[in-house]
Design a protein. Structure first.
Ligand code: ATP
Length: 314
């Protein structure tokens, strides 16, 4: 049987462009366990989606193409190694449709920043192509395809605040009060490689130079059920932070500057080099961002709030 093609003039799918917005993620808690036999580390993490977004537009086409603008343009390959195209192919294969679309990515999430921008784009591509092609998968089905594309991709389908286990792909939502937390996101010049950060952590642990691993997420989960950012600030943690600091010693000055500017706490986001700071409110976030930029300890400081939803059609 022939595969169903979106251009066969059936009512299936969208005829106009589909625009999807997808957030960046930070890890409020990133507990890195032992290295598994499959090469991944066992993770115990709390993901949190924040209001820095990439946007993917999908239009009908005769082939599959990808163009982009914004962060990483000229650096990021637009061939089949790109997570957007890998996601489109994965969905088309799963649903038995031709992977035909003209995709355009507007990127605001920095490349290799520890904010899971690539995973976000993969999640956006799944949601956009599902609508464009009328394949009508459930969010859980999309999250299933997402897990094969990368550990962070299922979370970016769901968004919000969620517990991640396994290699991070097993996601369950965290019940929290409907509170908005105010963040400052200090974006560095250049990226850090995630696999290299994990190798550096293994090396630091072997030589006894790593700090003690984080404990359970219980304290953080309890803090999320309250409204006090000071309580939450005391529970943030990232086992990869020592590795990121070893690879990029200048991040110590960034973290210090944020706290000196009045942030309640600062941590490296994921594998870095982005640092995120929790502040008491939106006005404090503005102030801290201005001071961080003035101190010259980052390329750019942006304010953000969270939690926000995952990949959604706008
Ligand atoms: P994570 O926090 O998930 O480890 P990151 O934020 O550090 O990721 P990303 O920007 O997600 O880093 O991507 C890391 C690498 O993935 C890039 O250096 C690039 O080689 C590859 N990649 C493939 N497709 C994309 C994409 N659409 N956007 C960004 N990176 C991509």
């Amino acid at each position: 049987t022939e595969a169903w093609r979106p251009e066969d003039d059936e009512p299936r799918g969208a005829s106009g462009p589909v625009r999807v917005r997808v957030p960046a993620k930070v890890n409020l808690h990133l507990g890195v366990g032992p290295l598994r036999r499959d090469g991944y580390h066992e993770l115990n993490t709390v993901y949190h989606a924040i209001s820095i977004y990439d946007e993917l537009t999908a239009r009908r086409g005769d082939t599959l193409t990808l163009t982009m603008e914004g962060e990483g343009t000229g650096e990021l390959a637009l061939d089949d190694s790109n997570l957007v195209l890998r996601a489109a192919h994965a969905l088309a294969g799963y649903a038995g449709v031709m992977p035909h679309a003209r995709l355009h990515l507007r990127k605001q999430i920095p490349l290799a920043g520890g904010l899971a921008g690539g995973s976000a784009d993969a999640a956006a591509a799944l949601v956009a192509c599902d609508a464009l092609w009328g394949t009508g998968l459930s969010r859980d089905e999309l999250a299933g395809i997402a897990a094969d594309l990368g550990s962070d991709v299922p979370f970016l389908i769901h968004g919000g605040t969620a517990l991640g286990t396994g290699r991070g792909e097993a996601v369950s939502p965290v019940l929290a009060r409907p509170t908005s937390w105010h963040w400052v996101v200090a974006i560095a010049d250049g990226g850090l490689s995630t696999p290299q950060a994990y190798r550096e952590l293994d090396r630091l642990r072997e030589t006894g130079a790593a700090g003690p691993p984080l404990g359970s997420t219980d304290g953080l989960l309890a803090a999320l059920r309250q409204r006090d950012p000071r309580v939450l600030a005391a529970t943030l943690g990232n086992d990869l932070q020592d590795a990121a600091l070893a690879m990029r010693p200048s991040l110590a000055a960034t973290l210090k500057a944020g706290e000196a500017a009045g942030a309640l706490a600062g941590i490296v986001s994921g594998s870095g080099p982005t640092c995120v700071f929790l502040t008491a409110d939106a006005a404090d976030a503005e102030r801290v961002a201005v001071e961080l930029e003035a101190a010259g300890v980052c390329r750019q400081a942006r304010i953000a709030h969270g939690p926000v939803p995952g990949a959604r059609i706008t």
